[in-house]
Design a protein around this ligand. Structure first.
Ligand SMILES: [Zn+2]
Length: 261
């Protein structure tokens, strides 16, 4: 049962026939882990907290810097120097005290990833490096958790939901079998990123997480959505499962996380 306060706070959800009380209750039960409190994680976490996600975990080992504020809307100028998960948890709590915020001030790695994701139903990847993307993909596959993965660079973004543990659903390795060699793909600090483009992708990521949590509509499993900000174009392409995928294919060769440095 929703309290009077919840009935008022989520009134615009509750009048949606597809959400209603049952959908809002599912949102309240959901436990979501947001990896990366950056340009993607900021809008995603803000919308998820505003929507009343029951438990929202934030993983990040970084502190807020001045150059973050152009896109990381979870933070204020006064937060510079504070751990991102601490400043982020405070902002999210202020937005919605009903949400349990779990701050994980740590760098996600092979040694802690399984324990971190174990407590959550849905994982959202808003990280900025391929090592974390591949690690999360493999860990979510082994733990049988849906992974809503967003990426943004310069003026373009990508979004997909990976459920490689399900028979007909692809994983990230069905799209990219191996990480690119280190140093071959420049990161966001080298190439730049338009802040609002990260905002679009992070908001879409939060939306897809909500859809997974509430069982709403058709998700982005088996599809990949791309956004080109400069031409204002969205495209959704089919992303089939690769039977030869080393992780989720018919003869997998990746059996654990031991290949991750
Ligand atoms: Zn796969």
């Amino acid at each position: 049962m929703l309290s009077d306060d919840e009935l008022a706070r989520y009134a615009r959800h509750l009048v949606l026939r597809e959400v209603g009380g049952p959908g809002q209750a599912k949102i309240r039960q959901a436990r979501v882990l947001m990896v990366g409190a950056g340009g993607l994680g900021s809008p995603a976490a803000l919308y998820l907290a505003a929507a009343g996600i029951g438990t929202l975990g934030l993983v990040d080992d970084d502190a807020v810097s001045l150059s973050n504020l152009q896109r990381q809307i979870l933070f204020r100028t006064a937060d510079i120097g504070r751990p991102k998960v601490e400043a982020g948890a405070q902002a999210l709590k202020a937005l919605n005290p009903g949400v349990q915020i779990q701050a994980h001030k740590t760098r996600l790695g092979p040694a802690n990833v399984m324990a971190l994701i174990a407590d959550y139903d849905i994982v959202a990847d808003g990280s900025d490096n391929f090592a974390t993307r591949f690690l999360l993909n493999d860990a979510c596959f082994f733990a049988k958790k849906p992974l809503v993965s967003a990426a943004v660079t310069e003026f373009e973004g990508q979004l997909a939901t990976y459920k490689g543990h399900e028979p007909s659903c692809p994983c990230y390795r069905c799209l990219f079998p191996e990480p690119p060699p280190p140093g071959t793909v420049p990161n966001c600090s080298e190439t730049g990123v338009l802040g609002a483009a990260a905002g679009v992708m992070g908001a879409l990521q939060g939306l897809e997480v909500l859809k997974e949590a509430a069982g709403l509509g058709t998700g982005l499993s088996g599809k990949i959505l791309t956004y080109k900000a400069l031409t204002a174009e969205f495209r959704t392409a089919r992303l089939p499962k690769d039977p030869g995928c080393a992780l989720c294919g018919t003869n997998p060769t990746l059996r654990d996380l031991s290949g991750h440095p």
